[in-house]
Design a protein around this ligand. Structure first.
Ligand SMILES: Cc1cc2nc3c(=O)[nH]c(=O)nc-3n(C[C@H](O)[C@H](O)[C@H](O)COP(=O)(O)OP(=O)(O)OC[C@H]3O[C@@H](n4cnc5c(N)ncnc54)[C@H](O)[C@@H]3O)c2cc1C
Length: 327
């Protein structure tokens, strides 16, 4: 006789512990759905663990440090009974009524519904000092950090629409914004190019890539290399915004769920419903546009409410209760 026991089927499993995942946990826990949140082994807390001051998350008039904010999120989710595992999900089987979630140790969990909130990753330059100077002059988000660069000379790296958008936004604060681009033409749309090229505060350094970041405690200059003749130069700036792309973390689901042309998980309208019943997605992994902590939280809340409705519908159809007739 086998001694193996079948794991019980939970109401909901949440994958990811950024603002979206923890907010979904708070709401599903308070709805008595006893969520299991799988937080990741080394990246628990998500993107805000990599930053210093967060000044635009409502409710903290004096600002709050990113890691402290995420600790608060975690405590609030735990307060209502969320079970948290600091492990990585290695595979998901999302078809059918019962979903199967496997973690790094090989252990599996079953659930009637899953919320995917794995976020997205800003592409990095890949330079040795980039991590050390992150939050100390190196940033990936003008909306988040532009305010800290009032009256400074800064740089934006990239040549696409988001680089032009970041550069134009940063002119509100900085004295000058130098766009550093690897080629001699921009990839950005014509309208964005025209706006950036015409702006008196924006300068361009063409055919150049960043090969080094200088500064002890804060960025003081960029080391540039000309992509045509190989010559090197130094650009003195106190801030650098890296705008070379963003990759939604969809590797667990890309063969199972529909994705958008931007590579995010496709959801139906304003909901968190994906292409499979019982599978919901929230936060930056569904968002090619806003990518802020508050929008990720709002999206996590929506996913939790969608899960509640889904589970209630499943329960009533199993009990044989007919849907109310539509007139
Ligand atoms: C440097 C920096 C500074 C920022 N500053 C601000 C700011 O000041 N204000 C603001 O509003 N926004 C800021 N942002 C943006 C903000 O951090 C994101 O919009 C927000 O964190 C997105 O939340 P999320 O929950 O969707 O994803 P994330 O925060 O990215 O969280 C995703 C989670 O999923 C987990 N995960 C991924 N794969 C797996 C897996 N296989 N198994 C288990 N877990 C997994 C990750 O480990 C992580 O915990 C900043 C971003 C960066 C990079």
């Amino acid at each position: 006789m086998s001694t193996e026991t079948t794991p019980s089927v939970r109401d909901v499993i949440i994958v990811g512990s950024g603002p979206a995942g923890y907010t979904a946990a708070v709401y599903t826990a308070r709805a008595n759905l006893k969520p299991l949140l799988i937080a990741s082994s080394v990246e628990a807390g998500g993107e805000l663990m990599n930053t210093t001051d967060v000044e635009n998350y409502p409710g903290f008039p004096g600002g709050i440090l990113g890691p402290e904010l995420m600790e608060n999120f975690q405590k609030q989710a735990e307060r209502f009974g969320t079970e948290i595992l600091f492990e990585d999900v290695t595979s998901l089987e999302l078809e059918g009524d019962v979903k199967k979630v496997t973690i790094g140790s090989g252990e599996t969990f079953l659930a009637h519904s899953v919320i995917i909130s794995t976020g997205s990753a800003y592409r990095e330059l890949g330079l040795p000092d980039e991590k050390r100077l992150a939050g100390h002059g190196v940033s990936w988000c003008a909306t988040c950090d532009g305010f800290f660069f009032k009256g400074q000379d800064i740089a934006v790296i990239g040549g696409g629409d988001s680089a032009m958008e970041e550069a134009l936004f940063l002119t509100k604060f900085a004295d000058s914004v130098t766009v550093v681009h690897r080629r001699d033409t921009l990839r950005a749309s014509k309208i964005m190019q025209e706006r950036a090229l015409a702006h008196e505060k924006i300068k361009f350094v063409w055919n150049s890539e960043v090969v080094g970041l200088e500064g002890d405690n804060k960025v003081s200059a960029l080391k540039l290399k000309n992509t045509v003749d190989g010559s090197e130069s130094v650009l003195p700036v106190t801030g650098v915004f890296v705008a070379i792309g963003n990759d939604p973390r969809v590797s667990l689901v890309q063969d199972q769920l529909e994705l958008t042309p931007e590579g995010t998980i496709a959801v139906q309208g304003r909901s968190s419903k994906t292409s499979l019943p019982g599978v919901f997605a929230a936060g930056d992994v569904i968002d090619p546009t806003y990518r802020q902590a508050i929008t990720a939280s709002g999206s996590g809340c929506a996913a939790a409410i969608d899960v509640e409705h889904y589970l209630a519908d499943v329960a009533s159809s199993q009990a044989g209760i007919a849907e109310p007739a539509t007139v």
